[in-house]
Design a protein around this ligand. Structure first.
Ligand SMILES: [Zn+2]
Length: 316
């Protein structure tokens, strides 16, 4: 039996003013336990190889990732959570050449949460600043990222991982006054499969669960840019092909995402200097030619807002 005293509870996070500014409606003040987050000192992290950048503002979005490596298994122990933390840090420092873990926090299949990049926990507790990570290309000043152990393209997360994800995201949202609508998946920013189709499909459920913890109502999120991949077929692919043709690429408009369409998207992404392999998930799989959130704005005809196009594509 674990007893939780008042100091380990946090309440409906935002003040009335902040709630109003964010368009949130406060509906309750139920307290929630502050999740246990194991700091870098506990799991044997290496020292960062360069200075940690702390930005003097709060992050705007909380971003959910999955992690292709290390390959997932059914070891749900704390020791495994620490191993995964070390594995990802080594990958990010030795293969990606980053100064430290790219993500601010890591969540294991056993439901254990660890600090990723150094100082992330201390700065989160302060609630006013942001440790700049490396997990969402071109958006690292805006996002605080969580790597979830495992690959969730076709299988669901374990219940323990889900429960700790809800607790962690709710705590982060509380600390920074972030509305549940600002909980995103990595693919909402970059052209990547991350955080996996199955986990991505559960983001509305995550927003609702976090809203319940915080005691705030959650409005329906706006449509995001769809993610299209080589092998996909259908009307969205056909539209993308028409846009690519208008941009001068010699692709068919048959609604089949074949090799020439893949090559065109890859070329366009290269020309635009779009970042690739920006998290642990993308690093381990070939996502060349994926057409997602950072590619669509380059090809949709001008004259309409991005929001209008996203809504349109969602209906297509
Ligand atoms: Zn990711």
């Amino acid at each position: 039996m674990v007893t939780v005293d008042r100091r380990t509870l946090f309440k409906a996070g935002v003040t009335a003013t902040a709630a109003g500014a964010l368009g949130m409606t406060t509906t309750g003040t139920a307290g929630a336990a502050v999740p246990t987050i194991h700091p870098t000192s506990e799991w044997g992290a290496r020292a960062a190889s360069g200075p940690i950048v702390v930005e003097n503002h709060k992050p705007t979005y909380i971003v959910v990732h999955h992690a292709v490596d290390p390959p997932m298994n059914n070891d749900f122990s704390l020791a495994r959570a620490f191993y995964v933390s070390r594995f990802i840090q080594n990958l990010h420092m030795d293969k990606n050449g980053w100064i430290d873990s790219g993500q601010q926090f890591t969540n294991s299949r056993g439901g254990f949460v660890t600090e990723g990049r150094h100082r992330s926990l201390e700065i989160l507790r302060g609630g006013t600043q942001h440790v700049q990570g490396a997990n969402v290309g071109n958006h690292n000043s805006e996002v605080i990222g969580i790597e979830n152990e495992g690959l969730y393209s076709t299988v669901d997360v374990p219940a323990a991982l889900w429960n700790s994800l809800v607790s962690l995201v709710a705590y982060i949202a509380h600390q920074y006054g972030i509305a549940p609508e600002f909980i995103k998946g990595h693919r909402d920013f970059n052209s990547t499969e991350c955080p996996g189709q199955v986990l991505y499909n559960r983001l509305p459920e995550l927003r609702t669960a976090v809203g319940r913890v915080l005691g705030v109502a959650v409005t329906r999120s706006e449509a995001e840019w769809p993610l299209l991949k080589p092998g996909d077929t259908g009307r969205q692919v056909q539209l993308a092909q028409q846009f690519l043709r208008a941009a001068g690429f010699g692709v068919p408009s048959d609604g089949v995402f074949g090799q020439s369409t893949k090559d065109a998207v890859a070329a366009l992404s290269g020309q635009a200097g779009l970042p690739r392999d920006t998290c642990t998930a993308a690093k381990a799989s070939d996502e060349t030619g994926f057409l997602g959130a950072d590619v669509w704005p380059l090809i949709v005809p001008s004259g309409r807002s991005a929001a209008a196009w996203r809504a349109d594509l969602a209906r297509t």
